[in-house]
Design a protein around this ligand. Structure first.
Ligand code: FPP
Length: 266
């Protein structure tokens, strides 16, 4: 089991941290609850949207970093079903930010061979955002190096309800019987069916909640909770999260970690 002395982390340069991340033992799928944009802005006497704007720079750096390090899938929680309860002005600005992200990042995603997907009840989004989502999803459909999934208008309970509806429709149409219903079938009906198993969930800003995110998928995920606010979460913090992940012994309820990577000695 590799160990990393986290008390010495402050003395490590980014290059040293980078070199310590074992590329053979990376999480396949990393998800992030990006929290703390509002507090970042408040601490600077700025409007909340300034925090979201700065948070977008972290999105760019973490997407590029994950892709460069070799993560297969990254899922970001950008807007929850519950976020619709926020003041309409903030929702409007967040939607504009999303639209501008899609417009400006399309060429970068293509250049870096990153496939873009969304999960959630996206039909509730304003038409221009939805149109951009469809455009970017279509344009990056054949990209292979990493899958970036953005959860928008997303709720984990809603996802499970939608999966149940799909299974019941298949049952009604005679495509499945009661005996076919197992965990694998449920997974096939989740929004994340095309993604690898979730290995690492990161939450920023010091909160220790799941906030209705990927409820089914977190079953055996490792959690990395950091006090860093999302706008301050950059490549260095990503490396720290990966190093933290690599200190964990993953037993999946058993007594030894199974080889899930298909490579010996992992
Ligand atoms: C939580 O911080 C953050 C959000 C609700 C929005 C996250 C959005 C972005 C980072 C920008 C857009 C992202 C993409 C992928 C285009 P908060 O407002 O709840 O912060 P607080 O808890 O400090 O108030």
């Amino acid at each position: 089991m590799p160990t990393f002395d986290f008390s010495a982390i402050e003395q490590c340069s980014n290059e040293e941290l980078d070199a310590r991340v074992d590329r053979a033992r990376l999480p396949r799928h990393v998800a992030v609850i990006m929290d703390g944009n509002g507090r970042w802005a408040k601490a600077r006497f700025m409007p909340r949207i300034a925090g979201h704007y700065e948070g977008m720079k972290s999105v760019r750096e973490v997407v590029t970093g994950c892709r460069e390090i070799g993560i297969q899938a990254l899922t970001l929680y950008a807007f929850s079903q519950e976020n619709w309860k926020r003041p309409s002005e903030e929702i409007g600005l967040l939607m504009k930010l999303m639209e501008s992200y899609l417009q400006t990042e399309l060429s970068l995603l293509l250049e870096q061979d990153i496939r873009f997907m969304t999960i959630g009840r996206t039909e509730l989004l304003p038409k221009p955002v939805l149109e951009w989502i469809q455009k970017v999803e279509t344009a990056t459909r054949d990209c292979q190096t990493m899958i970036l999934t953005v959860a928008v208008s997303y709720g984990g309970r809603g996802e499970i309800v939608d999966a149940l509806r799909g299974i019941i429709e298949d049952y009604r149409d005679g495509k499945v019987t009661i005996h076919d219903i197992d965990e694998a079938l449920v997974e096939q009906h989740l929004y994340t069916a095309a993604l690898p198993e979730l290995d690492l969930l990161i939450r920023t800003s010091g909160e220790a909640r799941i906030s209705n995110f990927l409820l089914w998928q977190i079953a055996y995920a490792e959690l990395h909770l950091t006090k860093t606010l999302w706008p301050d979460f950059r490549r260095r913090e990503l490396l720290v999260a990966l190093l933290d992940y690599q200190t964990r012994e993953r037993r999946f309820g058993g007594t030894t970690a199974p080889d899930l990577t298909g490579t010996s000695g992992a």
